[in-house]
Design a protein around this ligand. Structure first.
Ligand SMILES: Nc1ncnc2c1ncn2[C@@H]1O[C@H](COP(=O)(O)OP(=O)(O)OP(=O)(O)O)[C@@H](O)[C@H]1O
Length: 647
């Protein structure tokens, strides 16, 4: 049985629970609270569990929802539904303003900041006369739909759980979409930005989304309790919500319900049992919670939900299928493609680019040009400045000097996502995939800029055609690089070499004009390298421009049209592979002297129908390791203004 089938059986039972004879009213009250807490914790699952942004301050947004409706319905006499709309609007404004300011902070500064504004709002609620100061507001009317009062009992229970189920559905939909992939990539930083994800935008989106869920919970709470005061919106509750997210499992939407239910039930039981056991009514449950937290972090670091899922499969239940639907993808429309430049056109012009890290010149006035339909190799010993050059071109790092032009326009100074939008895609030296996401989803992230479907359409599942088109394109690129057999596997389960190929498929998904590949053949076996060389050769034939950083000399010499050799940040040599292999300065840099020779090449990596440039007189290809003998003594780079040296 799949979880969704279990849910279909449980839902009617859940809906009829208050009317089942023998069910104590306390159970319904407890279920109401579990529902209210789950709504807030669901926001934290998205914000903290998925997006990596820790917030202790969600209780303040619950307060905004509760106080907005309390004041509007009691003082202004408006309908509770208008109170909800006003609360949502106010929460949206406050969360947007707080998010725009605080989400720029990184590390522990963000959680500290959430503590600060949680306390500030709490004291604000307690000190404003029109909100009744610490006494709060009483006499809030019950909710009603078309004159049918929902009261505080079973009907309210139905409304709370209906809203919670809708929120779970919407959040699940959101995560399974273009926007969801961007949100799941937030922790990766520059990688996501390189594929056009606006990190700052998505951080604010999930912050506001989580705050709105808190607001709805506060609105329901106010009309269920019929009175509000500041205490449930203080820091203690903010910490408790976070605690529930961690205990439940902050990586899954159902973890929110599991966490809220577990904590509330255990808390209630401890409050009943502990005083009898130890003979005091002190708040000993807090001590017990501390122990519980340590146990969870020790034995179920991902929370209770994954443990429950494992238990389910041990009992014979089946996991929810996460695979793609080939028929749906086949029926999806093709994504439009950009027009490519004519073979031979100038695509990329790097003009005296320079990068200084303090006193170290990592890239020292490097210039080169890349044309359409050309593969250029950027080689050099470790620390030569190759990856830094890539970072400068792709906007991941700012230039210290020089200019980069792409398709005739200056792109230096543009954010990485804007450079990606213009058709320059890249892979990374250290594989940067999202290991828990499938290969298909990882690659689809590359097509982020080729669709405009947003958060609202995703949450309401109105984006299915656009989403299928993105996944279809991702599947096409995965097939193209020969990984069609692992489409639905988690990317992290693949060997490193294959993960690099996934990165290439992701970069191809951008529909690039030029592709920057940082050590694409590292970790690949011989046959895999041959297959990769064939793919890259095919891309060249299609008119794409490729710039490779690679240490495998066989691969580079057989595949590239043009090479640029760097050493200590400066250009050592430039030319066709055959000349580069004979260049004394290059031999000196790579082999430490002219008396040494390149090894005999293995069988060429270039496809059989294409002769390697300079094949006949090529001395030999060489497999250059990550470090050659004596490398350790090399200085890491060239210092600025070393005495007697021009910089
Ligand atoms: N963020 C940084 N801060 C300070 N120094 C850096 C930074 N990034 C790179 N460097 C330094 O710049 C120099 C060039 O590094 P880079 O990674 O570009 O070399 P590389 O040619 O790509 O080397 P490898 O082949 O080992 O990847 C090195 O000395 C490195 O230590």
């Amino acid at each position: 049985m799949r979880p969704r089938h279990l849910l279909m059986i449980l839902l009617p039972i859940l809906a009829l629970l208050p009317w089942i004879p023998g069910v104590p009213p306390f159970w319904i009250t407890q279920m109401n609270y579990i529902g209210l807490y789950s709504l807030v914790v669901l926001g934290l699952v998205l914000l903290t569990g998925v997006g990596g942004l820790t917030s202790f301050g969600q209780s303040a947004f619950v307060g905004l929802g509760a106080y907005s409706t309390a004041w509007l319905t009691t003082v202004a006499g408006v309908s509770p539904w208008l109170g909800l709309i006003a609360g949502l609007a106010l929460t949206c404004l406050v969360a947007y303003a707080l998010g725009a300011i605080t989400l720029r902070l990184s590390g522990h500064y963000l959680p500290l900041c959430t503590l600060a504004w949680c306390l500030a709002l709490y004291y604000l609620y307690g000190n404003l006369d029109f909100l009744g100061r610490y006494d709060g507001i009483a006499g809030i009317p019950p909710l009603s739909i078309g004159g049918w009062s929902l009261g505080t009992g079973p009907r309210m229970y139905l409304l709370i759980w209906l809203i919670l189920l809708l929120a779970l559905w919407a959040t699940h939909n959101l995560l399974d979409s273009r926007a969801g992939r961007a949100i799941r990539a937030l922790r990766s930083g520059s990688m996501a930005e390189s594929f056009g994800v606006d990190l700052a935008h998505y951080k604010v989106v999930i912050f506001v989304y989580a705050a709105l869920l808190g607001c709805v919970s506060g609105w329901l709470y106010a009309h269920m309790q019929r009175a509000v005061s500041p205490s449930p919106f203080g820091l203690g509750y903010g910490i408790e919500y976070l605690f529930m997210a961690v205990v439940g499992g902050s990586g899954s939407v159902w973890g929110a319900v599991a966490g809220a239910a577990a904590i509330l039930i255990v808390k209630d039981q401890l409050q009943n049992v502990l005083p009898g056991l130890v003979g005091t009514s002190a708040n000993l449950e807090l001590l017990a919670f501390g122990v519980l937290m340590i146990l969870v972090l020790q034995f179920a670091r991902d929370g209770l939900w994954p443990v429950l899922a494992r238990l389910w499969s041990r009992l014979g239940g089946r996991a929810e299928s996460k695979g793609h639907d080939p028929a749906r993808l086949a029926a999806a429309p093709e994504l439009p493609r950009r027009s490519s430049p004519t073979v031979g056109d100038l695509v990329l012009e790097v003009d005296r680019v320079r990068k200084e890290f303090g006193g170290l010149v990592a890239v020292n006035d490097i210039s080169f040009r890349l044309r359409a339909g050309e593969i250029m190799g950027l080689i050099g010993p470790n620390g030569a400045g190759k990856s830094t050059t890539f970072n400068l071109i792709s906007g991941v790092a700012p230039l210290s000097g020089g200019a980069v032009r792409f398709m005739g326009d200056r792109i230096d100074g543009l954010p990485a996502r804007e450079i990606a939008r213009r058709g320059l895609a890249r892979s990374f030296q250290h594989v940067q995939l999202l290991p828990d996401m499938s290969v298909l989803e990882n690659v689809a992230l590359g097509a982020h800029l080729r669709s405009g479907s947003g958060v609202v359409s995703a949450a309401l599942r109105l984006d299915r055609t656009a989403e299928a088109a993105l996944l279809r394109e991702a599947a096409r690129q995965i097939e193209r690089v020969g990984l069609g057999d692992v489409l639905d596997q988690p990317a992290g389960s693949l060997p490193l070499g294959r993960q690099r190929i996934v990165e290439i498929a992701r970069a191809l998904c951008c529909d690039p004009i030029a592709l920057l590949l940082d050590e694409p053949a590292a970790g690949l076996r011989y046959q895999e390298k041959q297959a990769l060389a064939a793919v890259l050769d095919q891309l060249r034939r299609e008119g794409m421009s490729l710039l490779l950083v690679e240490h495998d000399m066989d691969f580079v010499m057989n595949l590239t049209d043009h090479l640029l050799v760097m050493d200590f940040g400066t250009m050592l040599a430039e030319g066709v592979p055959a000349d580069i292999q004979r260049n004394p300065a290059v031999l000196e840099a790579y082999l430490g002297g002219l008396d040494e020779t390149w090894d005999e090449p293995g069988p060429g990596t270039v496809p059989a129908d294409r002769p390697a440039p300079g094949e006949s007189e090529r001395p030999a290809g060489r497999e250059v390791g990550e470090m050659r003998a004596g490398e350790a003594e090399r200085p890491a780079g060239r210092e600025v203004a070393r005495p007697g040296e021009a910089t």
